[in-house]
Design a protein around this ligand. Structure first.
Ligand code: GAP
Length: 504
């Protein structure tokens, strides 16, 4: 299958079957945000639950929190996001595309390039030379570009009833200010009520470090986990839900003793890779890549990405960073809070005296929930070709999602809409629901069409109720991946579905 075709097929399946819709579609849609439909929300919640389970429920050294999206604006000054969370924004003077300079195709400084006037292939062919920036427009290859300007990726809004624009107009009235002075005045007025939508969930775990440690008496090493929405005003949104402006993250800050970061970084990269491989079909589509020194963020002394082999190539799925003591130290210094830990069983390495107070180092596995939804859909998508009795080629589309992640765990299907079969199907569905599973009871269309529909949305099992069911209390259990059916008693079929849907 052509690789970009795969993306087109996934996007189409997502819309057709109710996984993901364009935000505000009937108003023309927003390119930067998506809505998760009835099946998408289930897949997303199941992935989130699998992560929470492995991070929090299966361990005694990590606890969870759910912090607010709007935090004190000083949090983002201290963390470095106000000054540093920006990307180089460039305008193409030929085709008017707006793009990130650091992601643009590289070209040798001074080399000659040919491009079409206005970016249209029908336009006149022009020649130009690559400027000192060393890149060209990603859309039309023109070297005629604006200067880079730093664009901060945080969304700004205001808190409270004050209208900063009204304040601004009051303040500039009858003052003859130039553009720079007016901008400074506007920023000053805005600052009085300015807040940001969080660009990552991580900072709340640092800011609440003391509250969590003191209320739980957790001992280092321990972690704080959180899932939730984050917002980034991305210059380029791309590849469907891969990069959007509103998305969800699953992050965990693991607080450790200084000097143990190498061992814990290795531990967490192994853990996280194993987690993805447990749920995926194709383990080879996941790999670890260490950042080279030039890629490291200002707070990090080492970092790995879990990468997935997307249709357009390897790309980030999760970052696992060794964040040193940067964040706790910065928030401690900015607020005067003692964001440190006292280990009474250790001697202070400097003085040799019993008891050691230190600022913990941090290992941070930071995953994208919505990006994992995309990776799991891509990993699960299969087409099986066969030839029917008339020699016609048939294609069976199926999503081989792990049963624990599948939106619908089983479809209970009466063969016909009469003879008590629908009622029997409903009773079996009720039993599965009692076991905590999301199931569908479906009597529309032919049985073949119903199987095809459930294959396409990843339902691991179809339970078919037929005439024999009412005679001997047996059903057929159809396996999505093999399309094979076996005849089982109702309790055996229910037990098999429940067992298969357990988390690995
Ligand atoms: N606290 C560290 C942090 O936020 P990051 O690498 O910027 O690190 C972590 O983000 C993960 O969040 C990424 O690996 C990716 O999966 C996801 N992510 C980041 N920006 C995203 C976006 N615009 N759209 C969707 N997912 C995004």
């Amino acid at each position: 299958m052509n690789e970009l075709d795969l993306m087109t097929k996934i996007v189409s399946l997502c819309k057709r079957r109710g996984f993901v819709f364009q935000s505000s579609e009937i108003y023309g849609g927003l390119k930067s945000a998506y809505d998760y439909g009835p099946l998408g929300v289930e897949l997303k919640r199941n992935i989130a639950a699998a992560w929470w389970r492995s991070m929090v429920y299966e361990r005694d050294d990590i606890v969870g929190i759910d912090a607010s999206i709007i935090m004190h604006p000083k949090v983002w000054e201290t963390s470095g996001h106000v000054a540093g969370f920006s990307d180089p924004l460039v305008d193409c003077l030929n085709c008017k595309e707006r793009f990130r300079g650091d992601k643009a195709p590289r070209a040798e400084v001074g080399s000659e390039v040919v491009f079409h006037e206005g970016g249209k292939s029908s336009g006149k062919k022009l020649k130009g030379h690559v400027g000192a920036c060393g890149y060209v427009c990603p859309v039309c290859s023109s070297p005629n570009l604006s200067d880079e300007r730093q664009f901060n990726g945080m969304f700004r809004t205001t808190l409270g009833p004050v209208d900063p624009l009204a304040e601004f107009f009051k303040e500039i009235k009858e003052k003859n200010l130039d553009e720079r002075e007016m901008r400074a005045k506007y920023e000053e007025c805005l600052k009085r009520s300015l807040v940001y939508l969080r660009p990552e969930t991580a900072q709340a775990m640092f800011v609440q470090f003391l509250n969590v440690q003191q209320t739980t008496s957790m001992k280092v090493p321990f972690g704080i986990a959180q899932q939730g929405k984050s917002f980034r005003n991305e210059i380029v949104v791309e590849h469907f839900i891969f990069r959007s402006c509103e998305f969800e993250q699953m992050e965990m800050e693991f607080f450790i003793e200084p000097g143990t970061q190498d061992q814990w970084l290795k531990y967490w990269t192994d853990e996280r890779m194993a987690w993805y491989k447990k749920y995926a079909n194709s383990g080879e589509s996941f790999r670890l890549r260490q950042h080279d020194k030039t890629e490291l963020a200002h707070y990090s002394d080492d970092c790995y990405d879990v990468e997935y082999l997307y249709p357009w190539g390897w790309g980030e799925l999760e970052g696992i960073a060794s964040r040193t003591d940067y964040d706790l130290k910065r928030h401690g210094a900015a607020t005067g809070s003692k964001l440190s830990y006292f280990d009474q069983n250790k001697a202070d390495p400097e003085t040799g005296k019993p008891g050691w107070r230190y600022v913990p180092y941090v290992i941070e596995p930071a995953a994208g929930l919505t990006r994992t939804v995309l990776a799991m859909l891509l990993d699960a998508y299969c087409e099986e070709k066969s030839v029917d009795a008339n020699g016609q080629e048939k294609v069976r589309v199926l999503l081989k999602l792990h049963p624990a992640l599948a939106p619908i765990k089983a479809a209970v299907l009466p063969l016909v809409k009469k003879d008590g079969q629908p009622e029997k199907a409903e009773a079996i569905a009720k039993e599965l629901r009692r076991a905590g599973l999301n199931v569908a009871c479906d009597d529309a269309q032919s049985i073949g069409k119903r199987y095809a529909k459930h294959d396409e949305v990843g339902t691991p099992y179809c339970i078919t109720v037929d005439t024999q069911t009412l005679e001997d209390q047996t059903v057929t259990l159809r396996d999505r991946d093999t399309a094979q059916q076996e005849r089982l008693t109702i309790p055996a079929a229910v037990a098999k579905v429940v067992e298969a849907c357990r988390h690995p």
